[in-house]
Design a protein around this ligand. Structure first.
Ligand code: ZN
Length: 252
């Protein structure tokens, strides 16, 4: 049951048939892990905390740099050289006292995945490098935790949901089976604009809310955004039986 205060605060969300009081309670009871508090993790964590997610774990081992500030909108010049997850958690806790926000100020590794993934309802990949992306994908598949992936470079964004609770769901490894084919470029080599990240992050937050409230989130659909032509393209994906992560030969 929601308190009177919660009913008022979240009334515009509760008003939506597909959310309702039940959906809002699901958001309040949810535990969500955001991996990376950079250009995507900044807006994603703000929107999810604002929507009333009860527990957010936010993980990032990096420190804040001057060149982050044009897109990592929770941070300011006083925060430079401090850990991203520590600063974001401090600010989010102050702004959203109803939510419990915990910082994980370490670089992601297998051990950390194996510790946190079984405790959470959903993982958001807001990381910026391909090795981390593969590790998160593989760990989400092996722990059966739904995953919302976002990425952006230059004017281009991509977004994908992997939900291994559904046996037909393709994974990131189905899409890019070997690291040579996956995009190795990142914001440091290609540049990036804040609003492109905001668009992808908004879509990630929306997919997360749908997954947590039993609404359909689109699996097997790769969404690509081109910020120059202002167009989204959707590509159908298929689970690959030969996938070494989620397929028949996979570890699960
Ligand atoms: Zn796969």
């Amino acid at each position: 049951m929601l308190t009177k205060q919660e009913q008022l605060k979240y009334s515009r969300q509760i008003m939506l048939d597909k959310i309702g009081e039940q959906g809002q309670s699901q958001l309040r009871n949810a535990k969500v892990l955001i991996l990376g508090v950079g250009g995507l993790g900044n807006p994603v964590s703000l929107y999810l905390a604002a929507a009333g997610i009860g527990t957010l774990y936010i993980a990032d081992g990096d420190t804040i740099e001057l060149s982050n500030l044009p897109r990592q909108i929770q941070f300011n010049e006083q925060d430079i050289n401090k850990n991203k997850s520590d600063i974001a958690a401090e600010k989010l806790n102050a702004q959203f006292p109803d939510s419990n926000i915990e910082a994980i100020d370490e670089m992601l590794d297998q051990e950390l995945c194996d510790y946190y993934f079984p405790q959470v309802d959903l993982v958001l990949d807001c990381s910026d490098n391909i090795n981390t992306r593969y590790l998160i994908n593989q760990s989400c598949v092996s722990h059966n935790v739904p995953l919302v992936i976002g990425a952006a470079t230059g004017f281009d964004g991509q977004q994908l949901v992997v939900d291994s609770r559904d046996k037909n769901s393709a994974c990131y490894h189905c899409l890019f089976p070997s690291s040579e084919k996956a995009p190795t470029t990142n914001c440091q080599t290609l540049g990036i604009l804040g609003p492109v990240l905001a668009i992808v992050a908004g879509m990630q937050a929306l997919q997360a809310i749908k997954l947590l409230t039993n609404n359909e989130a689109q699996i097997n659909q790769l969404n690509l955004f081109d910020g120059l032509s202002n167009q989204w393209q959707q590509f159908k994906m298929k689970k690959q039986k030969s996938c070494s992560v989620c397929g028949e030969k996979g570890s699960t």
